[in-house]
Write a protein that binds this ligand. Structure first.
Ligand code: ADP
Ligand code: MG
Length: 596
């Protein structure tokens, strides 16, 4: 951190002195480049950090600039009051464009946002009030304590101040619990939801940030050029902006700035051959995507691979402190749950009751509905009929994040770690128990965010130590062995502080020693007062670990009882006849791993 600050000082001095060495035209180019950099930061936050494909950023820019233009020239507003309303208007535009993101993602979202941006361009080109194709001229120069901002040199300093604030706020957001949740949502929105992130609100937050940065850039643009016309906000410039973000590095705010400044100057150099320029950007983007998928910002990491001192090792698990069984006697009640997928009945009239403080095993042949049952309990699916109760209260149909906040945590059969987040960040996402509505603090009381985050980090170190993962804190999960990833997933689920933990085939792909350690961890979790429901194929593990076993077959409960009674139940033996999964051999378990 210190070193970074030292690095900042010369950058600040250079930025301050820059205008002294520049001609008037070059100064103007720099002024425009900074505006694009602000736009690129906004796009980087929405697209790179939050993973929401947003091709309407140029329209938010336009809403900001046009609002200033219209209010100052046609409604008699002063520049700054128009500017404030312009930023609000751009934020509202951002939220409106964000609404489709609640229903669709990836390229569909790209097409919809692009369509809305085209609609905006179309509107300003045809609307009387927006000056049609000629645009609006004579926007007043922003007054500022008598400083003559009609000079590109002085305007530069205003821009610089806004830019530094915009950059600082973006860095603050990306390095905060909110930024972590946004990145978690980008990597796996369902897993993020299951850890307590309110996905719809987070999506809207991403578009709100887009609108904010677009609006601020638009205000600066109107003040700088004093003229707006449709061609500034066309698709060609949207593409340029996209290229800036991709080349610089989508998920790095600094990368976006570098990409924006770099391309802005390249664009200037290619102005006389603008037909080829578009083609040139296209080629550059393709090359970057192929060779540096993380953009220029990922380059240092690609070149200087971290050289580890000693081989990182999994440390032993530190057992939880034992605590008395919680007061509520029943942790989970499932009543007559049926789940249909079109024609297929995955669960039929399933009822079961799990007392608090138990390890309940769920076994059954493949396709018998075990994972579906977990999906119903944890809120991924709403049951077609029936009820789910947690500690006596009905939670049927409750949203994912709410269930997480109520104390349900789970792992996944196919592992759903956030692959682009470090192991520590995976844990930190789970530790964050705030609602998204808490984010007003980012604007009004940023220091409380810092304090909260510092607390989370201390707790995260504790969780990593307990699960023996200290050596892997800064590693990226996908680079780690399967057994360690499984353990990280349990640690992450436990970091939410659950009352009910659902483990979906936690032993799949583990070797004998790892399975033994898993049993030890699960028992300790139970002894700490958490109720555990575990889907497992490894019969040896089920027999030794579970207090009680429920057997599913074809979506129905066919047996329920103590492990040793269930194992000899004729209907269970029959259900398993011909199903080799009853007791998977080591090779089968490994095969499953390879299949992933
Ligand atoms: P298990 O975990 O016991 O192996 P699952 O619960 O994954 O079984 O699946 C039970 C049945 O429900 C399977 O036939 C599966 O194909 C079906 N199923 C599960 N999820 C879906 C879904 N989202 N859409 C359609 N069918 C599904
Ligand atoms: Mg399953």
């Amino acid at each position: 951190m210190r070193r970074r600050l030292l690095f900042l000082l010369p950058a600040a001095v250079a930025a301050w002195l820059l205008p002294y060495g520049l001609g008037g035209y070059t100064m103007h180019v720099v002024d425009v480049a900074i505006i694009f950099a602000i736009l690129a930061i906004g796009l980087g936050l929405t697209m790179g950090v939050a993973g929401q494909i947003n091709l309407a950023q140029i329209a938010f820019f336009g809403v900001g600039a046009y609002t200033v233009a219209i209010l100052t020239t046609q409604a008699g507003f002063g520049f700054w009051s128009a500017a404030a309303l312009a930023v609000v208007a751009a934020i509202i535009a951002g939220l409106l464009v964000g609404i489709p993101a609640l229903r669709m993602q990836s390229h569909y979202l790209g097409i919809v946002t692009l369509g809305l941006a085209l609609g905006f361009i179309n509107w300003v080109t045809n609307a009387e009030i927006a000056g049609r194709a000629e645009g609006i001229s004579d926007i007043p120069v922003p007054p500022l304590f008598g400083i003559d901002l009609s000079s590109g040199y002085l305007f530069y300093y205003l821009e610089l101040a806004v830019f530094v604030l915009a950059l600082a706020f973006a860095l603050f957001v990306t390095h905060s619990p909110l930024g972590r949740r946004l990145r978690a949502m980008r990597d796996d929105d369902l897993a993020a939801g299951a850890l307590g992130a309110e996905i719809p609100l987070l999506r809207m937050t991403a578009f709100l940030l887009s609108g904010l940065y677009g609006g601020v850039a638009g205000v600066l643009y109107a003040g700088l050029i004093q003229f707006v016309a449709p061609e500034t906000f066309n698709i060609g410039n949207m593409f340029l902006l996209l290229a800036m973000v991709i080349i610089g590095g989508r998920s790095s705010v600094i990368g976006c700035v570098i990409g924006a400044l770099g391309l802005a100057f390249v664009r200037e150099a290619l102005l006389d051959v603008s037909v080829f320029a578009q083609l040139g950007y296209g080629v550059i983007v393709v090359l970057v995507v192929v060779f540096f998928p993380k953009g220029l910002a990922g380059l240092p990491g690609q070149v200087f691979r971290r050289t580890a001192g000693r081989r990182p090792q999994l440390a032993p698990f530190v057992p939880y402190q034992e605590s008395a069984t919680p007061d509520e006697l029943v942790a989970l009640e499932i009543e007559q749950v049926t789940k249909r997928f079109k024609g297929l009945v995955a669960l039929q009239d399933v009822s079961l009751t799990v007392p608090a403080g138990q390890i309940r095993g769920i076994v059954g042949p493949n396709g018998s509905g075990k994972t579906t049952l977990f999906n119903v309990i944890s809120g991924f699916y709403t049951p077609t009929s029936g009820r789910v109760r947690l500690a006596g209260t009905s939670v049927t149909g409750t949203a994912l994040y709410r269930l997480s906040l109520k104390g349900v945590a789970r792992t996944f059969q196919n592992l759903r770690l956030f692959e682009d987040l470090t192991v520590r960040d995976n844990i930190l996402v789970a530790l964050d128990r705030t609602r998204t509505s808490w984010t007003w603090r980012y604007l009004l009381m940023p220091w409380t965010v810092f304090r909260y985050d510092r607390g989370l980090r201390t707790t995260a170190d504790g969780v990593l130590e307990r699960f023996g993962l200290g050596d892997f804190a800064d590693a990226i999960p996908r680079a780690l062995p399967y057994g360690i990833q499984r353990r990280i997933e349990i640690a992450r689920a436990m970091a939410t502080g659950p009352a009910l933990l659902l483990l979906d085939e936690p032993a799949a792909g583990l070797n004998g020693e790892e399975v033994r350690r898993l049993a030890e961890i699960v028992r300790s979790i139970r002894d700490s007062g958490v109720t555990v429901v575990v889907i497992e194929h490894n019969m040896g593990l089920v027999m030794s670990m579970c207090d009680h076993v429920t057997v599913l077959s074809g979506g129905r409960v066919i047996a329920d009882g103590a492990p040793e009674d269930v194992a000899v139940d004729p209907s269970v033996v029959e259900a398993y006849l011909g199903d080799s999964m009853a007791a998977p051999t080591e090779t089968e378990a490994e095969h499953e791993h390879a299949d992933r």
